[in-house]
Design a protein around this ligand. Structure first.
Ligand code: HEM
Length: 250
């Protein structure tokens, strides 16, 4: 029971760091001034156009597609697979399990392999492409190793060393509803969960912040209308008394 308690406490701590850290970062991004109009052109000239552009960027990695097809292919495969896997994992956190989570199950299983393949390809790129190798820092490698470790240990549980899913689910729900239950002491599960804990702890300090960060990128989220409407950041307006009288101007 000691092990279960340690993992339960670690999950509370990791969740706190993840949620508070992420909220702090997002607040920081939201408050960072965007003094200039710098949308990458050709850019949408209306707000709904920006929403559509952002959707294409988030769902299909549009600008990465334009810049590098191989990185796009492996990056996109990895991210989409991870999404399917995370959705598949919802069955451990919900009771009763939502019908669409059941639908995702078979896809999620193959996604495990696709995620691993995508990650290895992205890691290979950091060794094989010379200019990428030159700019790769230890954290670039370590994040990939961490995600590979999570995917590999997950697949191990699925295909090699099964764990007791029913007991695990009781543990997870117990953590969520503050009624602690024992965690199966299978080494591969402990590794899987340990790596997930590390991921949660470091997320708010890591390069993985590109996930919320993309929404705050001025080159992507600005409307291309500098001639129609003067661009004036709110903090700049506050500095200039003449501008303060024009609250509508952005
Ligand atoms: C507290 C969170 C998590 C728990 C309790 C958990 C638990 C599990 C379990 C029990 C399996 C084996 C599934 C089976 O035998 O059918 C598994 C598989 C897997 N997990 Fe996790 N996991 C968690 C978080 C994550 C995260 C955050 C990722 C990815 C970033 C991940 C990636 C995988 C992968 C790739 C597999 C193999 C494919 C599959 O069966 O879906 N896991 N996980």
């Amino acid at each position: 029971m000691l092990l279960s308690t340690i993992y339960a406490v670690l999950f509370y701590l990791a969740t706190a760091v993840f949620v508070v850290g992420l909220a702090y970062r997002i607040r920081l991004y939201a408050r960072t001034p965007a003094p200039l109009k710098i949308p990458t052109t050709p850019a949408p000239v209306t707000q709904s156009g920006v929403v559509l552009r952002m959707f294409r960027e988030v769902a299909f990695f549009e600008s990465l597609f334009k810049s590098n097809k191989w990185t796009w292919l492996f990056g996109w495969i990895f991210h989409v697979s991870m999404l399917l896997i995370v959705l598949r994992h919802l069955r451990y956190f919900t009771e009763p399990v939502w019908f669409w989570v059941n639908w995702v199950q078979p896809f999620g299983m193959y996604a495990g392999f696709a995620m691993l393949a995508g990650l290895f390809a992205l890691w290979g790129r950091r060794f094989l492409v010379e200019r990428v190798r030159y700019i790769s820092s230890p954290s670039d490698h370590l994040m990939l190793i961490l995600l590979i470790g999570i995917a590999a240990s997950g697949l191990m549980m699925k295909f090699v060393a099964h764990t007791d899913i029913v007991t695990l689910k009781a543990f997870v729900l117990g953590v969520m509803y503050f009624s602690w239950q024992p965690l199966p002491a299978d080494p591969v599960l402990l590794v899987h969960l340990g790596l997930v804990l590390i991921l949660m702890f470091i997320f708010p300090f890591s390069k993985l912040l590109h996930a919320p960060g993309v929404f705050f990128s001025p080159t992507r989220n600005q409307v291309d209308n500098p001639r129609e409407q003067r661009h004036l950041a709110p903090w700049a307006a506050a500095l200039d008394p003449a501008d303060r009288q024009k609250p509508g101007s952005k």
